[in-house]
Design a binder for this molecule. Structure first.
Ligand code: CMC
Length: 382
């Protein structure tokens, strides 16, 4: 009976372990990676350094960062069989399906896939971080019908991503902005995709399988898929003056405005605050399309904050302002969620490595409330 079992739907409010990786303060609207405030990392760090911080638990020295960055760049090559698969499927199926399968294929081609030492798992983490970037850039480029571009070892992670996606060395301002977006998305404690990554790893399955679980979970519109949906909404709204009636329509039909609300943040998501600042900066200095999207986004945010902010604790989350910024950088909407996976890979790997340090099989209970001892009736008699 329900009174004997304490049920937390959606595991809301349940702590399943301790962690040293990330603190999300949903009351104050603060986020820390390994103790460092996200604002400081956004301003001073970069994706490679944050990946190192998450995986190794400390900021790297200069030589450590150089050797980690070159480990990443030397692992950017996509295996030929995987590239062939991407060439066959890109543009024909949702990019998250293609990414999920491509990472599974990489696993089957990695001789170390089932080697479970901490050293092997750290190496596989860097492979996963590096290859996911190349794979998503290739999916994006081949989906547009353009020719595959090889990774360039001399470029940073974000810069190389844009080079492989767009076929030319990116403008430094755009590469820097993508790098910032990657930093902001790199980690977020035990969110749904990180949790499913850990659930898979807790069976002592391998790191690739765990990452593939994370990718599958990230795809959903309540999680990583929200940025794609939020941008589609901005396109649907079309012009700033349509914003009010459009949002009213969503709210009166009790649907959700994508890019708002959060299970943990009951205040403004600090990542959304940072992205909003950059969006406001680029607003007057971008294409007509981005300027329009930015104006709609800012109008929608103002309205939602007034209507649902303080009264219902529903505030913009990281996914709301991302779309116009990605469009400014020249990223197609089809790879928004896969790009989230590129950014989140260090977080998934760091959690998996930490959890394996004190592994316990995750196996919660559900409370069965159906009938018992039913009489089996042979099929001919039903
Ligand atoms: N628009 C309108 N109403 C909302 C929204 C929203 N975006 N989010 C929550 N609500 C309402 C919801 O309808 C419910 O109202 P009522 O109590 O009257 O039924 C109330 O707020 C509580 O909602 P909930 O679903 O119980 O809250 P939750 O903590 O489970 O929700 C959430 C978290 C992220 C699933 C939800 O806010 C949502 O669906 N947001 C839209 C999707 C989205 O932006 N997801 C990205 C999350 S952040 C980044 C990431 O994880 O990838």
């Amino acid at each position: 009976m329900a009174e004997q079992a304490s049920i937390n739907l959606g595991l809301e409010g349940v702590y399943f372990d301790e962690s040293m990786i990330c603190k999300v303060d949903g009351v104050e609207g603060k986020l820390y990676y390994r103790g460092y405030p996200i604002e400081a990392l956004a301003e001073h760090s970069n994706f490679e350094e944050v990946s190192y911080l998450l995986l190794y638990g400390k900021l790297p020295t200069k030589p450590e960062l150089e050797s980690f960055s070159s480990l990443l760049s030397s692992n950017r090559e996509i295996e030929p069989q995987v590239l062939e698969y991407i060439k066959t499927m890109a543009g024909k199926s949702h990019a998250m399906h293609v990414l999920r399968t491509a990472i599974s294929m990489e696993a089957s081609l990695d001789k170390q896939a089932d080697e479970a030492t901490p050293e092997a798992n750290l190496l596989k983490s860097s492979r996963l971080i590096a290859k996911t970037g190349s794979i998503v850039a290739a999916i994006g480029r081949l989906s547009m019908g353009a020719k595959y571009v090889e990774p360039d070892k001399s470029l940073g992670h974000a810069e190389n991503f844009l080079h492989m996606l767009q076929g030319e060395k990116p403008e430094p301002e755009k590469a820097k902005m993508l790098d910032l977006m990657m930093v902001l998305h790199a980690e977020h404690s035990s969110n749904a995709s990180t949790f499913s990554t850990i659930v898979t790893g807790s069976t002592l399955s391998d790191l690739y399988s765990a990452a593939v679980s994370g990718i599958g979970t990230l795809k959903g519109p309540l999680h990583g898929g929200a940025d794609e949906r939020a941008l589609k909404m901005l396109y649907d709204i079309g012009k700033p003056e349509n914003t009010e009636s459009y949002i009213n329509g969503i709210l009166s039909s009790k649907e959700r405005v994508m890019g708002f609300g959060h299970r943990v943040y009951k205040t403004y998501d600090p990542r959304a605050r940072i992205i909003k600042k950059y969006l406001t900066k680029i607003q007057s200095d971008s294409t007509e399309e981005v300027q329009n999207l930015a104006s709609i986004a800012l109008a929608a945010e103002k309205m939602m904050v007034e209507r649902l902010g303080k009264s219902h604790n529903i505030w913009p989350n990281v996914d709301f302002f991302s779309g116009p910024v990605y469009r400014h950088i020249g990223i197609p909407i089809e790879i928004f969620t896969p790009l989230f996976a590129v950014s989140r890979m260090p977080g998934w790997c760091a959690h998996m490595l930490e959890y394996w340090g004190n592994n316990r099989l995750i196996r919660p209970l559900d409370y069965y409330k159906g009938p018992l001892d039913l009489k089996y009736v042979p099929i001919e008699q039903r």
